[in-house]
Design a protein around this ligand. Structure first.
Ligand code: ROI
Length: 159
């Protein structure tokens, strides 16, 4: 059993509802337990001219292998109407494997830790809610990454 952290994001078709639906699906994954979910956060897109995003982070305890988990997450994205039209384009649902235990994964389909998570407030702050004492595989404490990444522009939604 390993603990994986999943970043959820949506900026189309009622984003908060998309996140809720995705969480219901995560709860049903085989050989997996949904262990924790952060609050939802709203923020501007990193790319100009897109609708605002809703984001959250979930913790999964899973016996799936990383690529099995990736397959399952991509199936959920597709079921929720994600069309891969343009890279970085607006999306109804984005599910990213941020961390998978302490593993370093460098495969064509999957890079873990997620390569920009340390720069993204909409990942780090929800992650800190459910894993305050986390260390990344390179030994950096999450607190150090937070200190370098201002909360600025994030709006935490109270449930
Ligand atoms: N911006 C925010 N705020 N949240 C996201 O999930 C997100 N995802 C993306 C880009 C377009 C980089 N910007 C984002 O893919």
């Amino acid at each position: 059993m390993e603990r994986a952290y999943i970043g959820l994001g949506s900026n189309l078709a009622e984003p908060a509802e998309q996140l809720r639906q995705a969480l219901a699906r995560l709860q049903q994954l085989p050989r997996t337990c949904l262990a924790a979910v952060s609050s939802f956060y709203v923020s501007d897109s990193l790319l100009p001219g897109q609708p605002r995003y809703s984001n959250a982070v979930a913790a999964l305890d899973t016996e799936l292998q990383p690529l099995q988990l990736l397959d399952a997450l991509q199936a959920i994205e597709l079921d929720q109407g994600r069309e891969r039209v343009e890279r970085w384009g607006p999306r109804t649902l984005d599910l990213d494997i941020l961390l998978f235990g302490q593993r370093l994964i460098d495969e064509p389909r999957l890079h873990v830790p997620h390569y920009q998570m340390h720069l993204r407030a909409f990942v780090l702050y929800p992650l800190a809610e459910i894993a305050a004492d986390l260390e990344l595989p390179d030994g950096r404490p999450l607190g150090e990454l937070l200190a370098a990444c201002p909360f600025e522009g994030l709006e935490r939604l109270t449930p």
